[in-house]
Write a protein that binds this ligand. Structure first.
Ligand SMILES: [Cu+2]
Length: 132
């Protein structure tokens, strides 16, 4: 069911269509296979948004290259999820690149946000099997 349909049925202005209910729009997910056991992802922050908002990957080691391409704006990349994963790049301003090395070994949906802008800069890392 789409968010629009849900909002219409409930007739509530406050119906959220965030990912907090666990639903992930997998049609927006980019599948990335590991190379030599490591999944390499690149996420760029530009114009107050991430260029990629969903990945589907295999469980295991992940190297996330975060590029802050918003000149003069402070962003970071903060990954949370199963297994108490909680890793963040530093908050950085201007064009910078930072590599985050994380082990996403537990299947599930991990989240990534920019800490100062969690409402507009957010995404999902679907690890392992696609949720039904
Ligand atoms: Cu940000």
């Amino acid at each position: 069911m789409s968010c629009v349909a849900l909002a219409s049925i409930l007739a509530l202005g406050a119906v959220g269509c965030s990912d907090d209910d666990g639903a992930v729009d997998l049609s927006k997910c980019k599948s990335v296979a590991p190379v030599d056991g490591v999944t390499e992802l690149t996420i760029t922050g530009k114009n107050m948004a991430f260029d990629e908002e969903c990945f589907q990957i295999e469980p295991g080691a992940v190297e996330i290259t975060f590029v802050n391409d918003d000149s003069g704006v402070t962003h970071n990349l903060h990954v949370t999820g199963p297994g108490e994963v909680n890793e963040a790049t530093p908050l950085e301003r201007g064009v910078v690149t930072h590599v985050l090395e994380v082990d996403l070994v537990e299947p599930g949906t991990y989240k990534y946000i920019c800490d100062p802008h969690p409402k507009t800069m957010k995404g999902n890392l679907v690890v392992g099997e696609v949720p039904a």
